[in-house]
Design a protein. Sequence first.
Length: 139
Amino acid sequence: MISIKRLSIPFTALALTACVMPQAADVTGDKSQLQIRQMQTREYEALNKQLALRSTISTLQDLGFFVDNADLDLGTVTATRHRQNSMRMTVTARERQGERVAVRANARMGEKGIDDPQTYQDFFTALDKSIFLTRNRVD
């Protein structure tokens, strides 16, 4: 007859290996959360949240995205682009102290977050141009 003590050792080892947490590098890749947040965020002066979101919507449309949801009260815009791979981008605008707005873009392909700086640089370059045109009322 097998003793309970002999059976409990393999089960205990199995239970302990199932509880191992992934390392931070597994979750965030090579970059820290702070580095990712910095490349996803840009601040604009002399701008309000509504103007930033209107410019964001037109920028996303110019880049080939379809706007799925826009909430000016919450300050969020979510859009999807269907090309070779589907990309979903969520942009939030938060008012800061002294007529400043922080705009943060978060891009995803499927369940995987995009941490390629070029994606965010391209978006913010287009957004900069759109904000300039909107501020100067150029259509």
